[in-house]
Design a protein around this ligand. Sequence first.
Ligand code: SF4
Length: 280
Amino acid sequence: MSITMIAMGVALLLAVGLIVNLAVVSLLSGGFHFLFARPRISILKSHLGERGFAFSMKWNSSREPASFNKIRIRLFNPFGSPTQMDVSHEYENVDSSFARDVDMGPAFLELMSAKGLEQASILIEVVSDRDGISYQKEMRALEFLKARREATLDAFTFNDENKIVKAKKLYHTVERSFISEPLPTSNKALKIATNPEFAGQFAGAGAPAGEAVANFSVSKVWIEPGCIVCNACEGIYPEVFHVTDDSCIIHPGAPLNDGLKILEAAEACPVEVIKFTKVS
Ligand code: SF4
């Protein structure tokens, strides 16, 4: 056998080995993806009461790009009543792993108190209307109720731990600008508190100059219905206020000893839904 034939045989063996190795690596990576990197829906702790549903959706968005905008919960209850229900909630499009805490509305209460839930099942669907796809998680109805009841991780913490920055809603205000006519010349002095000529007339209004207003603690702070999610309160005091998709909530264990800052947030609220009581 000539040296040329031996060399060709070795080259052929090496080429076949390379192809087999590539196939094995590709199968392994596909298997790993199938087992560990599939989109995953989890139930979280909601801060929105009985109608609230908090969940997270984790997936490899660089491998499977999609933009999700809807959560749907479906009840299949063939031996109970009602036999079938479907409630859903839409939010802004999100294109990487995220968590949401949403108000599913009164129908969600009806779904959770349906008769015959022992034999019912629940399908949780995270939907992308834009891409026409959805990911689902199916479970027994009683397991669903238990998972909601016993969840400890909330959406805020999930997003924080996963370094997910929620896109804030933007509210555009009409901008106005004008150039005023020059003021007519006058020898009158401006009647303002900082003008020594009128200082006496402003004495007693507000805190005396140079004296700090005393801070106070509050015993309770809450949000009444009507929040327009403008984010003003969270901008002022993020340790206390957290603005969700459709409302504002108070962080569990929020500090309540800086009443002035809470007052500032309440005064900045355009719809005056932030209420608090001072420690007496
Ligand atoms: S400032 Fe008022 S309206 Fe704006 S997010 Fe906070 S509670 Fe809601």
